[in-house]
Design a protein around this ligand. Structure first.
Ligand code: NDP
Length: 450
């Protein structure tokens, strides 16, 4: 049955992107035994309904740059499934954005959101707009034009977008400002807002901090290990990478790498977070080359000079690896190197950063592997906390949000580990996450009828 559904998708015109097929195949292959165990899934055509998005919205975004030139970009919102609650998922602004990439991200999002145990469905959106090299005014004009189209499809109880690659607090602020101008309504219609008007404390840090909370719990329960004093490698230099590094440093781990789309930094003395933030914090996009120029003993390894465009990050011996940049950035070859160098755990901060053959190898060789849909769910969890605060017009303290985030990450780990065990797949957190998430969504879909 699973094979047939994947074949149908491969043959259909709408599944134009390999990353979408990759994401669907990974999930459905985990579910074979579950499907056989309950005939309601077939009766209600749950798998067929689950792989089909509720709706895919595409719109034109026209805006004028600082030199009065007109530009046209594509805007998208994919509302994938709202069986568990309002559609929820980030907006990505990056030239690589296509409907296929967003479809994979939206599909992953429904499972991630289900794992949090919170009442949120799954969606994703964005544009092929490239914020790199644009002035703040140009970004503002683009965001306003984007929201002039998007506003009609979203709402605090309908669909609540957040940030993702290229969309941070600044962009969400511009988007929210335009929404408010059009609708005259102070709704919690976006999360990741500036704190000044409805944002939650800890939302910018939440994904990265949550990744580390998940890693700590997994290492404690599975290996009785801690991250303190251990060498860790992190890829990326954006929101998720910076806050993963920050929390790892808080707990005494030694992070020796970071990277961007042009190259990687290796700093054997530990990444200097202050310098990294001056180059990449709050959506800044200066080259990492400046890091090596400022910090003695560190090196900048250009991606273009590296074999097959791989990240140099995965060649550095480490205890744990945290891929936090983008999809398919850790290959089978990288997995071989990490294992050879003694890495005991890989915890995904990005969405689907590890290629399927690399995951297979980690599982086979007993490396603990935490899939992003479980380990990076802290961001969306705190987004839901922001929705709760907005709905009740409350402001929660930093300590309260942090404690709830930590608790939710430990619960996700427990849910995933127990489910894997229940289905005879101990320590296979990929299957554990897919099965646990699926069962919750499928139950809701059955109960609400077709
Ligand atoms: P940012 O835009 O803040 O940072 C992205 C980072 O990844 C940048 O350092 C960027 O480098 C690098 N990068 C982007 N594309 C590539 C590429 N093709 N090759 C190498 N490096 C690349 O995004 P986030 O940190 O928010 O997101 C990172 C990942 O985490 C994504 O997979 C996202 O979907 C996922 N995620 C984000 C959440 C959030 O709360 N923000 C929540 C859950 C998951 P450069 O600056 O050179 O482009």
């Amino acid at each position: 049955m699973v094979k047939k559904i994947i074949e149908n998708l491969e043959n259909s015109n709408c599944s134009i992107d390999n990353t979408f097929i990759q994401a669907v195949s990974e999930v459905l292959n985990s579910l074979e035994d579950v499907i056989l165990g309950d005939d309601r899934y077939e009766t209600y055509a749950i798998l067929e309904r689950l792989v089909t998005a509720d709706r895919m919205i595409q719109f034109k975004v026209q805006w004028v740059d600082d030199s009065n030139h007109v530009h046209i970009n594509n805007g998208y919102r994919i509302q994938y499934n709202n069986a568990l609650g309002p559609y929820k998922g980030g907006l990505r602004f990056h030239p690589s954005v296509t409907p296929g990439v967003l479809k994979f991200l939206a599909f992953e999002q429904i499972f991630k959101n289900s794992l949090t145990g919170l009442p949120i469905g799954g969606a994703k959106g964005g544009s092929d707009f490239d914020p790199k090299g644009k002035s703040d005014f140009e970004i503002m004009k683009f965001c306003r034009a984007f929201m002039r189209e998007l506003h009609q499809y979203i709402g605090a109880r309908i669909d609540v977008p957040a940030g993702d690659i290229g969309v941070g607090t600044k962009e969400i602020g511009f988007l929210y400002g335009e929404y408010k101008r059009i609708n005259r309504s102070y709704d919690g219609v976006l999360s990741g807002k500036p704190y000044a008007f409805g944002g939650s404390l800890l939302r910018p840090e939440a994904t990265g901090y949550g990744v580390v909370y998940f890693a700590q719990e997994m290492l404690k329960q599975e290996l009785e290990e801690v991250l303190e004093d251990q060498i860790c490698v992190v890829s990326g230099a954006g929101n998720v990478a910076i806050h993963t590094i920050e929390k790892l440093q808080h707990i005494g781990a030694r992070v020796v790498t970071c990277s961007d789309s042009e190259g990687s930094i290796y700093d054997p003395n530990g990444i200097d977070l202050n310098i990294l933030k001056t180059l990449k914090g709050n959506g800044k996009r200066f080259s990492l080359e400046h890091y090596a120029l400022q910090i003695q003993g560190s090196v900048h390894i250009k991606k273009a000079d590296y074999p097959d465009g791989r990240h140099a990050v995965w060649d550095i011996p480490c205890f744990a690896a945290f891929p936090c940049a983008t999809q398919n950035e850790l290959t089978e070859e990288d997995a071989v190197t990490l294992i050879k160098n003694g890495c005991v755990a890989v915890i995904e901060g990005a969405n689907m950063p590890t290629e399927p053959l690399a995951i297979e190898l980690f599982l086979k060789e007993g490396v603990l592997f935490a899939p992003g849909k479980a380990s990076n769910a802290g961001g969306v969890a705190v987004s839901e906390f922001e929705m709760s605060q907005n709905a009740s017009m409350e402001k929660w303290s930093y300590e309260k949000v942090d404690a709830k985030l930590n608790e939710i990450m430990c619960q996700i780990y427990k849910r995933v580990a127990l489910t894997a065990k229940e289905y005879g797949k101990e320590r296979n957190f990929v299957d554990g996450a897919n099965i646990a998430a699926f069962k919750r969504i499928a139950e809701a879909m059955i109960l609400e009828g077709v």
